[in-house]
Design a protein around this ligand. Structure first.
Ligand code: HEM
Length: 429
C-alpha cells in the first residue's frame, strides 16, 4: 500500500470508494480516504455490487472498542473481509476466530511458547538468518528488501514450528496468495480459485505435519498444539491444523512489510535516518514508529453480536464491522502530527498489533526479529538508495510492498570488517 498523507481537497465521495477492492490498496490512496472517513463518516457503510455490505470504523477509539469488546463484536464468524457474507469454517476452532473462553484456553499455552523468555534461546539463529539475508546488500549488490523480507519470517517461524527448510519458499508463497489472491503476482485463474487453492494446500500441508507429530512426537510449536489439553480433552485434528495455519499466516504476511515499509520511510525521511545513525539507542522506538507508520495488517473484522448504535448509525446483529488499523494509527485525536514519521515519538500507543484479547500473540517474536535486523542495519549502512521501481501488493488485508530494490553505502566500520574478512578468507564465491 502506498503510504500518503491526507489529500488537499478532502471531499471524496465516500460511498463511491471501493474499500473492498484489493486494487484500491495497490494503486489508490487509502490513507487519504481514511482521513476523510474519520472526519465525515466514522461509521461508514460500504455496499458491494452483489449486495453484501459491511461497516467501517476508522477512529482510534472505535477501533479499540470493536477489537476489545467481544461481548458486542465477535471474532467467531471470521476476522477478515474475505469471509464477508459467509462464516469462517475455522470459527470457534482457531484462536484468531474464537471468543473467550475457548480463545483464552487456546491462547494461554501458545503465548507461553511465544514469550520473550521462551524465545531467547532462538535469538542466535535469528541473528544468523539476518546476516545471511543482508549478505547481498553488504556485498554491494542490488538488494530487493521486499523479496528478501518475504522469506525472513519462515526462517524463524518455520524453525519454531519444526517445518523442513526445503518447504519454506513454497509456504511463504502460499501464505501471501491467501491474503493477496487478486494480486497479479499471485492470482491464478481467479481470486476465488487462488484463495481456495492456497487454503487447500496449506491445510493439506499442516494435516500431514500433524500426523507426523502424532507418530513421532517432537517439541516444536506443532508438537505443542498436538499435546494441548483444552478443558480435559485434546485438540481435534482440524483445530490443530487451523491454528498452525493461523500462526504461520500471522507471521509471514505481516513481518516482511513492517521491514520494507520502515526502510522506505527511513529513506524518504533522511533527517530521521541521520538521527538514528547518530543515536542508535532510538532503534527500539524507531521500530515502534515503523509499525505505526506501516500498519502491516490494515484491518480486522468482527460481527455485531446484537443490534447497536454507532455514531448515530444503526448496526444490526450479525452485521460485519471492519476496524481499520492503518487509519487508527493516523488518528489526529491520539497521535500528535500523525503524518510525521518520528523515530522518537512518545507516547506511541499504536495498534499495529491490535489490542484486547486478540492482541498479536506473535508480537514478542516480531519485535525480537525486527530488533536484530535493524541493529545490524544501523551499524552497517550509511545510506540506502532506491535502485528500481517500487511495487505495492494488491490486498485489502495486508499493507504490503512486493518489490523495493535498494543499494547501500556501507558504514566505515562495516566496510573495514568486510575488508578484514576478505583479507583473511579471500572473497566470497
Ligand atoms: C509485524 C508483525 C506483525 C503484525 C503487524 C501483526 C498484527 C496482528 C494483529 C493486528 C493481530 C490482532 C488480530 C485481531 O484482533 O483479530 C494479530 C493477531 C495474531 N497474530 Fe500477529 N502480527 C505480526 C506478527 C506475528 C507473528 C510473528 C506471529 C506468529 C508467531 C503472529 C501470529 C498471530 C496470531 C496467531 C494472532 C491471533 C491472536 C489471537 O487471536 O489471540 N503475528 N497480529
Amino acid at each position: 500500500m502506498r503510504i500518503t498523507g491526507p489529500s488537499a481537497d478532502g471531499d471524496t465521495d465516500l460511498d463511491a470508494v471501493r474499500l473492498y477492492d484489493p486494487d484500491f490498496y495497490a494503486t489508490g490512496e487509502p490513507h487519504a480516504v481514511w482521513a476523510q472517513m474519520r472526519r465525515r463518516g466514522p461509521a461508514h457503510l460500504s455496499t458491494l455490487p452483489d449486495g453484501r455490505y459491511f461497516w467501517s470504523v476508522t477512529r482510534y477509539h472505535d477501533v479499540d472498542n470493536v477489537l476489545r469488546d467481544h461481548t458486542r463484536f465477535t471474532s467467531g464468524r471470521g476476522t477478515l473481509l474475505s469471509v464477508l457474507g459467509g462464516t469462517d469454517p475455522a470459527g470457534g476452532k482457531m484462536m484468531a476466530a474464537s471468543d473467550p473462553p475457548v480463545h483464552t484456553a487456546l491462547r494461554r499455552p501458545l503465548s507461553r511458547v511465544l514469550s520473550d523468555r521462551a524465545l531467547r534461546p532462538h535469538e542466535p539463529r535469528i541473528r544468523a538468518v539476518v546476516q545471511r539475508m543482508l549478505g547481498p546488500l553488504l556485498d554491494g549488490g542490488v538488494w530487493d528488501v521486499a523479496k528478501a523480507a518475504a522469506a525472513f519470517p519462515m526462517a524463524f517461524t518455520g524453525t519454531l514450528m519444526g517445518l523442513p527448510e526445503e518447504d519454506w519458499p513454497r509456504l511463504a508463497r502460499l501464505t501471501t496468495s491467501a491474503v493477496a489472491p487478486s494480486d497479479p503476482g499471485y492470482r491464478q485463474t481467479s481470486r476465488h480459485s487462488t484463495l481456495a487453492a492456497a487454503h487447500h494446500d496449506l491445510f493439506a500441508y499442516f494435516s500431514a505435519q500433524v500426523r507426523d507429530r502424532i507418530r513421532h512426537p517432537r517439541e516444536d510449536l506443532v508438537g505443542s498444539l498436538v499435546g494441548l489439553e483444552l478443558d480435559d480433552r485434546r485438540l481435534r485434528h482440524d483445530e490443530i491444523v487451523y491454528n498452525c495455519y493461523s500462526l504461520l499466516l500471522g507471521a509471514n504476511v505481516t513481518t516482511p512489510h513492517a521491514i520494507a515499509s520502515t526502510i522506505l520511510a527511513l529513506i524518504e525521511h533522511p533527517g530521521q535516518w541521520k538521527r538514528l545513525l547518530a543515536e542508535p539507542s532510538l532503534t527500539g522506538s524507531m521500530i515502534e514508529e515503523g509499525l505505526r507508520w506501516s500498519s502491516p495488517a490494515s484491518h480486522f473484522l468482527r460481527h455485531a453480536v446484537h443490534d447497536l448504535e454507532l455514531h448515530g448509525r444503526r448496526i444490526l446483529a450479525g452485521d460485519a464491522v471492519v476496524a481499520w488499523l492503518g487509519s487508527a494509527n493516523r488518528d489526529e485525536e491520539v497521535f500528535a502530527d500523525p503524518y510525521r514519521f518520528d523515530i522518537a515519538r512518545t507516547p506511541n500507543r499504536h495498534v499495529a498489533f491490535g489490542l484486547g484479547p486478540h492482541y498479536c500473540v506473535g508480537a514478542p517474536l516480531a519485535r525480537i526479529a525486527l530488533r536484530i535486523l535493524f541493529d545490524v542495519i544501523v551499524t552497517s549502512v550509511e545510506k540506502f538508495t532506491i535502485a528500481g521501481p517500487i511495487e505495492h501488493l494488491a490486498s485489502d488485508f495486508v499493507a504490503g510492498i512486493k518489490s523495493l530494490p535498494l543499494t547501500a553505502q556501507l558504514s566505515a566500520a562495516a566496510a573495514r570488517a568486510i575488508d578484514a574478512t576478505v583479507t583473511q578468507h579471500g572473497p566470497a564465491s
